[in-house]
Write a protein that binds this ligand. Structure first.
Ligand code: NAP
Length: 291
């Protein structure tokens, strides 16, 4: 079908604010969701120079839903009329919903990550979760570990103070046992582990690298999720797989955070079967594009 048949005066616009946005998968993701549900919405990515002006302008235009990405996920927070508790604990917002009082902020990365684990049959309740990295994505992973009932959460990072900052912030919002350590102390963490890899090691220039150098840890790893999705299999995933560890990449997290944003904006409750259909369509698209 042609775009002329799809977009008309009743079309609802959703947007992505970031800089740069040209590489973003979100327009394909969101427009695929709209097509699957046969709703009259369109999603475009906008390269934003002035975030405050962009948010005010969008509100004046009654744009019902906005995603915010790098570098604006924190900067957007003071511009909102309210923020969801999980997003506060994470310290970043990626989804804005239009309300009568202004935009209300959510973080759907945490929903995407939670769903990604569920799809793999990984239940972290009562388990020991090891989060590798202490950047933006790690904050969502640590918050998820606490909200999903992990017994103990370890943040393992190169720069200790970044890990401590995450621990200190999340404990203001949720109770739990959160510890900080370096890679050389990984061996001291006891018991069976669920590892969530959130560093940027394994992509770009570090594509042949893993943040873990001693693979013995995989002998007692129950599951590993690497939130990187390009490449689809990272070095750490391949290393863990040799030890028989079930692994998953970050594509489901990416897809399900988008589905969650769409649900927040529209109020739709998309059933699980339709979500899986959307996911399969997007996975196919992504795999073809990456060839
Ligand atoms: P970020 O804020 O820049 O954080 C990067 C983290 O990687 C930091 O903790 C950094 O440690 C660590 N790191 C970098 N180089 C390292 C090295 N050589 N050895 C050990 N640690 C190293 O990045 P982010 O926003 O959290 O994103 C991280 C990754 O997640 C990216 O690959 C991104 O594409 C992916 N991601 C995926 C999704 C999804 O939906 N699947 C969502 C968000 C992000 P220091 O603190 O010591 O600097």
């Amino acid at each position: 079908m042609d775009i002329v048949d799809l977009v008309n005066g009743k079309t609802t616009s959703f947007m992505l604010f970031g800089r740069p946005v040209f590489h973003s998968f979100s327009p394909v993701l969101q427009n695929t969701i709209a097509k699957a549900l046969n709703v009259n919405t369109i999603y475009t990515a906008v390269n934003v120079d002035n975030l405050e002006a962009a948010v005010k302008g969008a509100y004046a235009m009654r744009i019902k839903g906005i995603n915010v990405t790098v570098p604006y996920k924190e900067e957007v927070m003071p511009l909102l009329c309210g923020i969801d508790k999980k997003a506060e604990a994470i310290g970043a917002v990626n989804t804005l919903k239009y309300t009568e009082n202004g935009y209300y902020g959510y973080n759907t990365d945490i929903i995407g990550l939670t769903m990604s684990l569920k799809l793999q049959g990984i239940d972290i309740k009562g388990k020991t979760v090891v989060v590798l990295g202490a950047g933006g994505a790690a904050r969502a992973a640590v918050t998820m570990a606490l909200t999903e009932g992990a017994a103990k959460t370890y943040i393992v990072n190169r720069t200790r103070k970044n890990a401590e900052a995450i621990r200190d912030n999340v404990l203001k919002y949720y109770d739990g046992e959160v510890y900080v350590c370096g890679y050389s102390q990984l061996d001291d963490i006891e018991g069976e582990l669920i590892i969530i890899q959130t560093t940027s090691v394994g992509m770009g220039e570090g594509v042949y690298e893993s943040p873990i150098k001693d693979n013995k840890i995989f002998e007692r790893t129950a599951a590993l999720v690497d939130i990187i999705y390009n490449p689809m299999e990272t070095k750490i995933m391949a290393d863990a797989w040799i030890y028989g560890v079930p692994t998953a990449n970050g594509l489901d997290m990416l897809i399900y955070q988008g589905i969650a944003s769409f649900e927040i904006w529209t109020g739709f409750k998309i059933d699980d079967k339709t979500k899986l259909k959307i996911r399969d369509r997007l996975r196919l698209y992504y795999e073809r594009e990456k060839k």
